[in-house]
Design a protein around this ligand. Structure first.
Ligand SMILES: NC(=O)c1ccc[n+]([C@@H]2O[C@H](COP(=O)([O-])OP(=O)(O)OC[C@H]3O[C@@H](n4cnc5c(N)ncnc54)[C@H](O)[C@@H]3O)[C@@H](O)[C@H]2O)c1
Length: 267
């Protein structure tokens, strides 16, 4: 028996990277998983991600684990698409137990996104992709979880959401991720009476295929943590497992850093 047998989960941004690993972990624990991404084959953008794939998509990988899977391709900043997705998952499986609102990321370059001179285009893109995407995912599943009087929600912040880059760069991303952490605290207070828990995971620099490829092009990035190494996606998935199972039954409204003890150069 897996810890999540009979449960269903939605993981956004699960076409590659951390989201894919979270989705596979939940499936390996017994859950049926709906995969959301603006591209379900986003792994093709990075050879290092493509090399990790064991099938044509995360959806197929989940099915190969013996679980049911659904795939949805849309931008998480599209509220109507989020609502249609949640409705479709509920109609197909009759329940929504878990949401991991993982889709997100930055844009542009650090020096072109300093706090004192943020281009509107990047600001809007990154606030929408991270903050609006998270809130719209939560709002889409909340009615089903409230009706069931149960649910586990994990949002994703970042070390950058807790500590400013010393140069004040990538300010749009850090600001969006800080807002996600605060939103999650409000959310936990709102939905606690329904038996729904909401927690936020704030990863430090984690070696996804994307970052491995980027750091190969820019060696020496971000080892500034107590453990003197980057995290692995599986280590992050361990925290997601904790937060989506009854192991964390008395944990809600928490922002959990999994960053190797980062004090500077947060990601
Ligand atoms: N990898 C790290 O070191 C690290 C550190 C801190 C926080 N994070 C956060 O963890 C999450 C996953 O990071 P990752 O490294 O796996 O990123 P990634 O870029 O490798 O994967 C992100 C996935 O989300 C999808 N996505 C992006 N914007 C979307 C949108 N608007 N709608 C739908 N799908 C969208 C992409 O297509 C991609 O498949 C992100 O929120 C990121 O900000 C990552």
């Amino acid at each position: 028996m897996g810890r999540l047998d009979g449960k269903t989960a939605i993981v956004t941004g699960a076409g590659r990277g951390l989201g894919r690993v979270y989705a596979l972990r939940l499936a390996s624990l017994g859950a049926d998983v709906a995969v959301v991404d603006k591209s379900l084959t986003s792994f093709k953008e990075f050879q290092a991600e493509a090399d990790l794939m064991t099938a044509g998509s995360t959806v197929e990988e989940i099915e190969n684990l013996g679980r049911r899977a659904l795939g949805f391709e849309f931008d998480v900043a599209d509220r109507a698409a989020q609502e249609a997705m949640a409705r479709a998952v509920f109609e197909a499986w009759g329940r929504i137990d878990i949401l991991v609102a993982n889709a997100g990321g930055g844009s542009s370059t650090p020096m072109a996104t300093r706090a004192s001179d943020l281009p509107t285009k990047d600001l809007e893109l990154v606030i929408e992709r991270n903050l609006y995407g998270t809130i719209f995912s939560v709002n889409a599943v909340a009615p089903y979880m409230k009706q069931a009087r149960a649910g586990k929600i994990v949002t994703i912040s970042s070390g950058s959401g807790g500590q400013a880059d010393p140069a004040g760069s990538y300010a749009h991303y850090g600001t969006a991720k800080a807002a996600i952490a605060m939103y999650t605290r409000y959310l936990a207070q709102d939905v606690g009476e329904y038996g729904i828990r909401a927690n936020c995971l704030a990863p430090g620099y984690t070696d996804t295929g994307r970052l491995l490829q980027l750091s190969a092009n820019a060696p020496g990035t971000a080892h500034q943590n107590a453990l003197r190494r980057h995290g692995t996606p599986e280590e992050l998935a361990n925290v997601v497992e904790f937060l989506t199972t009854d192991l964390s039954s008395f944990v809600t409204g928490a922002v959990i850093q999994a960053d190797g003890g980062t004090v500077l150069g947060a990601v």
